[in-house]
Design a protein around this ligand. Structure first.
Ligand code: DGJ
Length: 694
């Protein structure tokens, strides 16, 4: 007997099928099928041939491929009994629950006392397919691996793109050709990591940012993921995502994967990117006040580091406010004896040497300047040199002689006493002070990965969010070391990178936009001489790169020249004027013909306006700038397009191109085909081009 199921969204269909009550396989995933498509026919039609040297039938590539069924690739479940002996499941259909946009399918193995449930949901507006797997056992078992429901990878696809990176260099794309065997990412650092953002993009042959077909995936988990993208000997391909191997360290009777978010696009990589951006902004992030415009930040880290002096901080706050800041974030150094990064983490008492009257006087000053007050915390960490460690050495995670990271250890977040202690410290801090925002940092990897750790962190975050629902939280981990949809269910902003180098940031932002919307992506104007790269970049470039995302400042404003202040005020005013529509806009990566230009178009939700940021990341090989093709416009409509920052023209631009003198008006067809000719510019500059539908 054949059973089939289909889930439809406006743009895609996911079809599942199974025979003889075995686990189902994905028999189709792609553009939406006609409503009257015969699923039994599709079930039969999707099967591939067998030949000499093969088994007599192809082993089923199900949503949880089973070793017991001669499956030649990576199984979806690796399990052992309490005594360590291997368990090889043979699941059979048990029940199902179907709704308009979702299906849950339950299978059991009575002999082994196991129940497996797969959940699928398609969001009809964002086009994101959410899925997760749950395994239950009638006695404690040991889980080595459980994949979220396995999805197929297309055959008409030559490369897989996943993500690598480093501190100050997040979101680097690693392109691997599809060949026989698997690409395996197993992030055993215990946190999402700079080096392993849990995403995968499968561009079908010929796909670009703006055209063609693509599939994309993201695993929403903060404890380190495992990905297997594998081509079987018969040519079929599977994609598995789950928690990193062996991170369920204790026997249990119930395990579940995090949610796997996936989508199909027929509008290039941007189709996937826009789905993730919207889903994250509108479905995942819980905004304390969704109508509140994103406030311009000032963060004092790179201005004062640990050297907190109240009069200096007040002066800085006043200057930050005059630039346009609306939120002042007091970074590391305000608590315990925290004069450098060797001590005091976990001693969450305001340092009376630096703040004899508590934080009140600084908060009052910040508020008198019209700004809200935010504060830095690193809750999951402890320095061996701290009062808390001396009192509770057993609260630290890992061995006594472990390698420290930034002179610190992790707290054991699975320990309820640790969570209670932290909750009390922060509830007291938030109760006594008018704090609008927490920058929640996490500056080292775990001594050994353990899924109980992120679960404990989630519990603490959830409790604080419940009791202090107005406080926004930023996820920071030495910059972008913890960016995923799991942490973003509990936070509202990410500190994308510790790199305030606008040149590096331009690329990091561009790639991060494959998943992250403007509303949650923090970006600050850093010091004139960048502290992490030594580069000296012009204030205009620094300002515009920050204005591409949730804008802020992080330099010491006392270093700014009159001209730099003028530029920052001007760009910040522009950002404030435009932030409401930009917060709801889609970030569309442009296919720049010139590899030296990294460009994007932020397109308003209603299509009536857009802004293009064309960053010059390098010198071009050719003499004159190549026209930049726009995207997402109505080919038949007319648009007025104008350069906003024409004052940044340099004398070496000597021609008489149209946009130099004023706006041009042209059809969407023209702008998307021929593109706009921009003036010649120096590297490390940005053209900002505004467009309006006529
Ligand atoms: C790492 C963060 O990424 C920085 O922005 C800063 O908050 C420091 N930690 C503080 O220790």
């Amino acid at each position: 007997m054949i059973r089939t199921w289909r889930l439809d969204g406006p743009r895609q269909t996911l079809a599942l099928g199974s025979r003889n009550d075995r686990l189902p396989r994905v028999i189709y995933w792609g553009p939406r099928l006609p409503d009257d498509e015969d699923m039994d026919v599709i079930y039969d039609a999707h099967k591939i041939d067998v030949t000499g040297g093969s088994l007599d039938a192809n082993p089923e590539l199900t949503i949880c491929p089973e070793s017991s069924r001669t499956f030649p690739g990576q199984p979806g479940l690796v399990l052992a009994d309490g005594d360590g002996s291997a368990l090889y499941s043979r699941f059979f259909y048990e029940s199902e629950v179907k709704g308009e946009n979702h299906i849950s399918l339950t299978y059991s193995d009575e002999g082994l006392g196991l129940v497996y449930t797969a959940h699928f949901l398609i969001d009809p507006e964002t086009h994101i397919l959410e899925s997760k797997a749950v395994l239950e056992a009638n006695r404690p078992v040991r889980l080595h691996w459980l994949s979220a429901p396995v999805l197929p990878a297309p055959h008409y696809c030559d490369e897989m793109w996943d993500f690598t990176g480093r501190w100050c260099g997040e979101f680097q794309i690693a392109k691997t050709p599809w060949t026989a065997g698997g690409r395996y990412r197993n992030n055993r650092t215990g946190r999402t990591g700079h080096e392993a953002f849990p995403g995968l993009i499968l561009p079908c042959r010929g796909a670009t940012n703006t055209a063609g077909e693509a599939y994309a995936f993201h695993y929403g988990w903060s404890g380190g993921h495992r990905m297997v993208a594998e081509e079987l000997p018969d040519g079929r391909r599977q994609v598995q995502f789950g928690h990193a191997n062996g991170t369920e360290t204790a026997p249990g009777t119930r395990f579940e994967t995090a949610t796997l978010y996936a989508t199909y696009s027929d509008a290039g990589l941007n189709g996937c990117a826009v789905s993730f951006q919207r889903h994250l902004r509108d479905r995942i992030v819980k905004w304390p006040d969704p109508d509140r415009p994103r406030p311009v930040h000032y963060n004092c880290w790179e201005a004062v580091y640990f050297d907190h002096k109240l009069p200096v901080l007040k002066e800085i706050a006043t200057k930050a406010a005059s630039l346009g800041a609306e939120r002042f974030v007091l970074d590391d150094g305000w608590f315990g004896l925290r004069d450098d990064d060797t001590r005091a983490l976990a001693d969450w008492q305001v340092d009376p040497r630096k703040y004899p009257d508590g934080l009140g006087p600084l908060i009052e000053h910040v508020q008198s300047e019209g700004m809200a007050f935010g504060i830095w915390l690193e809750p999951e960490m402890i320095n061996p040199d701290s009062e808390t460690y001396r009192a509770h050495p057993d609260w630290a995670l890992g061995l006594d002689d472990q390698i420290l990271g930034r002179q610190q250890m992790c707290l054991d977040m699975s320990n309820p006493s640790v969570r209670e202690y932290l909750y009390e410290q922060f509830a007291d801090l938030l109760g006594k002070n008018d704090i609008d925002y927490i920058k929640w940092d996490h500056n080292r990897v775990l001594p050994m990965p353990d899924a109980a750790q992120p679960r404990g962190t989630y519990l603490l975050l959830d409790r604080l969010r419940r009791d202090f629902p107005k406080v926004e939280i930023e996820s920071c981990a030495s910059g972008g070391g913890r960016i995923d949809f799991g942490i973003l269910q509990r936070t509202q902003r990410v500190w994308l990178s510790d790199s305030n180098d606008a040149l590096e940031r331009l690329r990091i932002q561009h790639n991060a936009a494959l998943f992250l919307p403007m509303a949650i992506t923090g970006s600050h104007v850093g010091p004139r001489e960048c502290h992490t790269s030594g580069r000296v970049l012009d204030i205009r470039f620094r300002a515009w790169v920050a204005a591409q995302r949730h804008m802020g400042f992080e330099m010491d404003p006392r270093e700014l020249s009159i001209e730099e202040v003028r530029v920052l005020q001007q760009v910040t005013t522009w950002w404030k004027t435009n932030r409401l529509w930009m917060t709801r806009a889609d970030i569309l990566r442009l296919d720049s013909a010139d590899p030296a230009v990294i460009a994007e178009q932020q397109m308003a939700e209603d299509g009536t306006r857009f802004v293009v940021f064309a960053g010059k990341a390098d010198s071009s090989t050719q003499i004159a700038p190549r026209p930049l093709r726009l995207t997402g416009l109505d080919p038949a409509a007319r648009y007025r397009v104008d350069i906003l920052n024409r004052e940044d023209l340099v004398a070496l631009s000597r021609g008489t191109i149209a946009l130099k003198d004023g706006p041009i008006e042209a059809s969407g067809r023209y702008l998307m085909t021929m593109g706009i000719a921009l003036p010649w510019s120096f590297p490390c500059g940005m053209w900002v081009v505004e467009g309006e539908r006529l």
